[in-house]
Design a binder for this molecule. Structure first.
Ligand code: R1P
Ligand code: URA
Length: 348
């Protein structure tokens, strides 16, 4: 860590960069695709309007990658978040601090599928998700039964399925089988909490059957969607002192690697005159909100035991990426609910 951070509650550099993603206001757009690996982010970024070398790219010290550009003229960001609910937590909370107005976040992630009829290489669009967590109070060393070894939460719904939010369920095409309106389970591990058997005392031999019995319409298992849906449902705009957040003008060194280096992208406020006072919570505007959705790519079918080929995985993530970009860009959001273009990295 090379930077000086100012506030233990929500650490930021003097020029407003958040601790783990390295972003600041104006570098991430209201419409966001969240993916696991950086290669998926780069694959999807090939559909953006800009030439690759002209896109805003920021890699944080913690390896979160943010790419910001336009899709058919609409500002979008693609964020590579790594794996698991803790990483999703960093992303949702820190992006939220860096963008004014609504946040529309769609996760495109791989999953294991519990529906035998859906082959690897299919897409699933869940409308709800439950959390599956290892119960650390359970006696893993000597319990004779598996009861309560895993905690299964009640479902939280995707905000895409209600209230004028973007539909990310694409029209069916012969090339890709798609199933919508299923239920997902987000586990706190790839192995034990998804019922995979290894050499550890996990008490999970019957976990998949238990999940299927407990959760109607359960279709996919992965590791981030529940937390995205949950945070979207519990976020409320926080009144700030004086209703304004002022980004101080500093040129302090920061850790993130930002490209392109020489363009306007690195020139966010650099003189006192350019320092912006952003009105985060105007009383006249309806409260900002987070809308969340997920598209799951079936990489593993847990019933048949099949696993996707690398070629199919790559073509599927590009196909899904383009469909989600279309859905996000096509979803109308009033300009008053969007981050101001002026001073942003997507300013034309
Ligand atoms: C496990 O292999 C990872 O793959 C899935 C899981 O949620 C977990 O992050 O998602 P991604 O393909 O988006 O990483
Ligand atoms: N990602 C997961 O979390 N589980 C799978 O089975 C495949 C991808």
């Amino acid at each position: 860590m090379k930077d000086t951070f100012l506030d233990a509650n929500f650490p930021k550099t003097a020029d407003g960069r958040v601790y783990h993603l390295g972003l600041r206001m104006g570098e991430v757009a209201n419409r966001i695709i969240a993916v696991g690996p950086p290669s998926r982010a780069e694959d999807i970024a090939t559909f953006l309007d800009e030439r690759s070398e002209d896109l805003f790219r920021l890699t944080s010290e913690r390896a979160f990658l943010t790419i910001t550009g336009h899709y058919k003229g609409v500002p979008v960001s693609i964020v590579s978040i790594g794996m698991g609910n803790p990483n999703m937590d960093f992303v949702v909370r820190e992006v939220r601090e860096c963008v004014q107005g609504d946040m529309l976040m769609v996760r495109i992630g791989s999953c294991g599928c519990l529906d035998e009829s859906l082959p690897v290489g299919s897409l699933v669009v869940p409308s709800a998700s439950v959390a599956v967590n290892r119960n650390y109070d359970f006696d893993f060393q000597s319990s004779p039964s598996n009861d309560n070894a895993y905690l299964i939460s009640k479902p939280v719904i995707a905000l895409s399925t209600s209230n004028n939010a973007p539909s990310v369920c694409p029209e069916p095409e012969p090339a890709v089988e798609i199933k919508c309106n299923t239920v997902n389970a987000s586990a706190d591990s790839f192995y034990s909490s998804q019922g995979r058997l290894t050499s550890f005392l996990d008490h999970n031999e019957d976990l998949i059957e238990r999940l299927q019995a407990r959760v109607p319409n359960l279709s996919t298992l992965e590791m981030e969607t529940f937390h995205l849906f949950h945070l979207a449902s519990v976020w409320r705009p926080r009144p700030l002192e004086g209703n304004h957040l002022t980004i101080p003008p500093t040129n302090l060194p920061v850790d993130p690697t930002i490209s392109p280096r020489s363009s306007k992208f690195t020139a966010l406020p650099s003189s006192p005159a350019q320092a912006k006072s952003i009105n985060l919570h105007s009383e006249s505007a309806p409260a900002a909100r987070i809308r969340a959705a997920a598209v799951h790519m079936v990489f593993a079918n847990r019933i048949t035991g099949d696993f996707v080929t690398p070629e199919r995985a790559e073509s599927l993530q590009k196909w899904a990426g383009e469909k989600v970009l279309q859905a996000l860009a096509g979803f109308a959001v009033d300009a008053s609910r969007l981050h101001p273009e002026e001073g942003s990295v997507w300013e034309s």
